[in-house]
Ligand binder design. Sequence first.
Ligand SMILES: Cc1cc2nc3c(=O)[nH]c(=O)nc-3n(C[C@H](O)[C@H](O)[C@H](O)COP(=O)(O)OP(=O)(O)OC[C@H]3O[C@@H](n4cnc5c(N)ncnc54)[C@H](O)[C@@H]3O)c2cc1C
Length: 473
Amino acid sequence: MATVPGKDLLAQFTAIVGKANTLTPEDDLTHYTHENRDIVIGSTPLVLKPASTEEVAAIMTLANETRTAIVPQGGHTGHAAGGVPDESGCQIVLSMERMNRIREIDTAGKTMTVEAGVILQTIQQAAEAHDLLFPLSLASEGSCQIGGNISTNAGGTGVLSYGNTRELVLGLEAVTPQGEIWNGLTKLKKDNTGYDLKDLIIGAEGTLGVVTAAVVKLFPKPKGKAAAWIGLATPKHALDLLNGALEKAGRSLTAFEFMPRIGVDAVFDHYPQIRNPLAARHDWQVLMEISSARSQRDAETELETLLGAALEDGTIEDAAVSTSEAQRLSFWMIREIMPESQKRLGGSIKHDISVAVHRIPEFIERAAPIVEAAFPGARPFPFGHMGDGNIHYNVSQPAGMASEEFLAGRERVQDAVHALVTGMDGSISAEHGIGRLKRDLLARTKDPAALAMMRAIKQALDPNGIMNPGKVI
Ligand SMILES: Cc1cc2nc3c(=O)[nH]c(=O)nc-3n(C[C@H](O)[C@H](O)[C@H](O)COP(=O)(O)OP(=O)(O)OC[C@H]3O[C@@H](n4cnc5c(N)ncnc54)[C@H](O)[C@@H]3O)c2cc1C
């Protein structure tokens, strides 16, 4: 049974980073203890803000000796309540915000070595200053940290061409739950020397150690980027468009985002400053982007050719191709504001699911009657990264209902949707992780042998259970 750390112990932790780099319950701790949508409101006796790997190591050594629970926290944008302490008041928050140095940009090797607390957007901008690209891209990029991205194996809009965070990391530096520093900051593309510790820590959501730094991959910056806003009749037409584009454009197809009519209605009806790029509203829309290593004109031509053929064979109903960078960004604005616009429709029950890409239309078709049976009148709001088989299958409340009444049915709706997902060999968490919010769901849905291996790994690396307890497993 965890106990609240005493005054003397808190003073020892404080001494490691210096009082000025701590926060206590006398300060406003809301940012550190409240899950960002207030779904979990935790409590902590102390927030520590180390500035170096050595300080993190000293914290973990003391935590291990005294069996004190530590909750690593990055930019606090996670969707699974993985980075917030529980309600016990026993868990110390380890905020990585001061470990925010870019240690090296290697333009010849196309890598960047960054500390865990560097904001994702800072990495993107630093790469761009060297005419390079760091392709990880999320709507939260202005506040999430690379350590959080690594710990959640974040996805986002660039996965189709560049992969998840896992594919973008070459090396890692981490502190173990016992306080040992593991220097795995290699720049190697190939390294088959035993178990892949890097891949074990990526996506572990802070349950196996603290990520303190990473070597990330950079790419040549595309010479041109063109986006299209596309109207279509059905998800099957979107899949056909995706397959055709992949066949002809290959890795030049750098984004394929999918949105429903209810979503664009919510945007265009509630944000009048955002204009529909098309003359009419369509049942489904796609935001598709082509990047070219040659030129802007090349990107536009490739996109126009693809869409011309798709219009001709009836795959799509209409399309607008961006003719300027401002217009390209305005298309992205519609996509990025979509989750926010859904709030205008009242309560939302969320699912972050994936199925095999070719089964997305089947999933959307089968999920609608399942949701209707679980909660009559509820409105499916499926959107997201169709090219990765990842749909944010949100469900909005019936119009006019009190949101509390709808949200009281959360478990019923989620159980029904997740049963369909697992029945289709899909995943109940495609990119947001498990954290605390999906821990019990994972226990119910994951293969028992896989769960046993996960528990064995946790027990071996963190036998005292001090590393982000209560999360994932
Ligand atoms: C508007 C919005 C859009 C989003 N879009 C996407 C999207 O498209 N794709 C996507 O994948 N996610 C998305 N997210 C979710 C979120 O931004 C990502 O999960 C992100 O990677 C979390 O990073 P963070 O720094 O905020 O981590 P936090 O939320 O602080 O922490 C997340 C987890 O990582 C652990 N952690 C954090 N730092 C470390 C560290 N240094 N060492 C060990 N463990 C650590 C925490 O304990 C916690 O378990 C979105 C969120 C918002 C608010």
